[in-house]
Write a protein that binds this ligand. Structure first.
Ligand SMILES: [Zn+2]
Ligand SMILES: [Zn+2]
Length: 130
């Protein structure tokens, strides 16, 4: 890998690390441009793929939404999706308190749970378009 590629990859890692929340490729591009002004969307996709293969990033699946990506190895946590601006935020800790009764012979290995609504910025009207 040449120097230019390494720099681009560093900018993309910085973008995810700085954001502190899951990013779509478009959001990662917007953040990475602050660190590396000549980066393009194709580079973002290629590096996200490489970082997924390295286990540095994981994908965050939200029903009906394009995938977001976040740093691997975080503590178990959940996500909040803002219906207005479309950003995804981390929620600290586990909010899934209910323990569903499993059918006989079943065992769980994890769970998916996410909240949606409006973030503080959207609730304050700063992003209102209507
Ligand atoms: Zn919002
Ligand atoms: Zn949980």
């Amino acid at each position: 890998m040449d120097k230019r590629n390494t720099k681009q990859k560093t900018a993309i890692r910085e973008a995810f690390a700085e954001a502190g929340r899951p990013l779509s490729p478009e959001e990662a591009l917007a953040c990475a441009l602050e660190f590396h002004p000549s980066i393009g969307i194709a580079t973002i996709y290629r590096n996200i793929q490489a970082l997924l293969e390295e286990g540095w990033l994981i994908s965050v699946e939200i029903p009906g939404q394009p995938a977001r990506y976040e740093l691997a190895g975080k503590e178990h946590h959940h996500h909040f999706h803002c219906n207005t601006c479309g950003k995804v935020f981390d929620l600290k800790g586990c909010i899934a308190q209910a323990k569903p009764k499993l059918p006989r012979g079943f065992s769980t290995t994890g769970h998916e749970f996410f909240l949606y609504g409006n973030c503080a910025t959207c609730n304050s009207g700063a992003n209102a378009h209507a």
